[in-house]
Ligand binder design. Structure first.
Ligand SMILES: [Zn+2]
Length: 491
């Protein structure tokens, strides 16, 4: 960012809650069904149809709120947000307004600046204030299909109308596009982790909008803000914010003024474009939804949701660092996904070497999984088997190098490490007598080097180790070879 300027960014996320049915009727929320297959009088907005609240949506909303550090309100009110749009058959959306489901969140995230190549450097904690998380229904979709000028047609698909959403609004606490980027990724992971939402931006079940303004450093007053929409991925959002900050600063420095408006991100052009100005802004005429009672959460309900919450990623990351002695990066990667964290813990316990297990999973296992496009939950190598492999290496039954080949074989064949070692005759020679015999042979075969070594050229140690390893066809236990050699060379 240009010297002397500061950006002020607030974010709004809409996350589809992972229910099987819609929030006010029993229609399926399945993605990809025939257009309008999942509709009924309630979500079609037919006269006389009444909404009935789906408590699963309330439960998942509560999980989401707790995962993001919000306070649940014991009493909240559904409200009608009135506007006309083809994809909104009732002419209003049931949302929440002045009495939302949850408020006053504080969330600690990790964020980092990025270098030119986009690599993160210096992760640091940052606290974000979340204003509110409320429940609402989604609208339908306008669909435009066919070729232009020949058989182009448009229709409304109301399969999505009435799908439960959590709207999550932050205070304007972000100063850079990367902070916003790290926050959205944190929220996505947290929602997935507690099972509240699939939070998949490609499927459209997580959408975000950003409010961006700039001001001179030291100024208390906010600049005029621009709302960014159509941010179809976290990376697009980051690029759109970055572009917008630059655009606003240049505009003001050239003597112009920022207009309050809504802009869209055009990724092909790499710029934001005006969608609508403030004059066209809606007045939603909110009022309490007369067809729904106030939403009351009993203390029993809140206690039960609390009890059913899994350990959250941040807590688990900290525990991995403390309990298993992992670095921040190791712990963060292993807690990036629920099933991976579970996998790691089981492998760590079987191996008796938590740091070793972390290394093997991060470097070897994840690479194999990635090649196959699988998650840890789908790994053909069970966590306990990976732990057993780490143990075999620690016990010097095989070398680390052999271990890598064994793991690849485990991956392919589904056999255990022990079986593969047996079948391929890989077990290391850890028999001291056998190693002494090999060492004796090597020393006898290389009298010149032995003489040089004894004359002070101790760098030849590596040469002798190499010769012994070669004589054993790579099977000698290197640690034992070193010990036996040191002993014999002294003699
Ligand atoms: Zn319905």
């Amino acid at each position: 960012m240009k010297n002397g300027w500061e950006a002020v960014i607030g974010l709004e996320i809409h996350a589809q809650l992972n229910t099987e049915t819609k929030i006010f009727c029993g229609c399926s929320t399945r993605f990809g069904d025939e257009p309008n297959a999942n509709t009924c009088p309630v979500c079609l907005g037919l006269p006389g149809a009444l909404p009935v609240l789906n408590w699963r949506a309330v439960e998942l909303g509560a999980r989401a709120a707790l995962a993001l550090g919000l306070q649940l309100n014991e009493r909240s009110i559904f409200a009608r947000k009135n506007y006309f749009y083809p994809d909104l058959p009732k002419g209003y959306q049931i949302s929440q307004y002045d009495r939302p489901f949850s408020e006053r969140g504080t969330l600690e995230i990790m964020t980092a600046a990025r270098d030119e190549g986009g690599h993160a450097r210096d992760w640091r904690p940052m606290t974000i204030r979340i204003t509110r998380l409320h429940l609402e229904e989604d609208a339908g979709k306008n669909v435009h299909e066919g070729l232009p000028e020949t058989d182009r047609y448009s229709y409304i698909d109301l399969n999505r109308a009435g799908t439960p959403l959590a709207e999550i609004v932050t205070e304007p606490d972000f100063r850079t596009s990367w902070e916003a980027y790290d926050y959205v990724n944190h929220v996505r992971r947290a929602l997935q982790w507690v099972g509240a939402s699939e939070a998949d931006m490609e499927k459209g079940n997580l959408r975000c909008e950003a409010n961006v303004s700039v001001r001179r450093v030291g100024s208390e007053k906010f600049g005029t803000k621009v709302e960014l929409k159509n941010l179809n991925s976290v990376r697009f959002m980051q690029k759109a914010i970055e572009f917008e900050i630059e655009r606003q600063i240049n505009l003001i420095e050239a003597g112009g003024a920022v207009t309050q408006e809504t802009r869209l991100w055009d990724d092909r052009a790499g710029e934001t474009r005006v969608m609508r100005s403030k004059e066209e802004a809606h007045d939603y005429r909110y009022f309490p939804e007369p067809d729904l009672q106030p939403l009351v959460l009993t203390s029993d309900f809140i206690a039960r949701v609390h009890d059913e919450m899994p350990e959250l990623p941040e807590a688990r990351r900290k525990r991995f660092m403390y309990e298993y002695g992992l670095s921040y990066n190791d712990a963060a990667q292993l807690t990036s996904e629920h099933t991976l964290a579970d996998y790691y813990e089981r492998a760590a316990q079987t191996s008796g070497n938590p740091r070793g297990a972390a290394n093997w999973i991060r470097t070897e296992l994840l690479r194999e999984l990635e090649t196959d496009g699988r998650t840890a939950a789908e790994s053909p190598v069970a966590a306990e088997e990976l732990g057993a492999l780490v143990r075999l290496i620690d016990e010097a039954k095989i070398s680390g190098k052999q271990g890598k080949d064994v793991l690849v074989e485990m991956f392919k064949s589904g056999k255990t490490a022990a079986v593969i070692i047996e079948e391929q005759g890989l077990a290391q020679v850890s028999d001291a007598g056998e190693i002494e015999r090999l060492v004796g042979e090597v020393l006898a075969a290389n009298p010149k080097q032995l003489e040089q070594y004894r004359a002070g050229k101790t760098g030849l140690m590596g040469f002798f180790v190499g010769q012994v390893m070669k004589a054993s066809q790579g099977k000698a236990n290197p640690k034992l070879v070193n010990e036996v050699l040191s002993e014999k060379l002294k003699a």
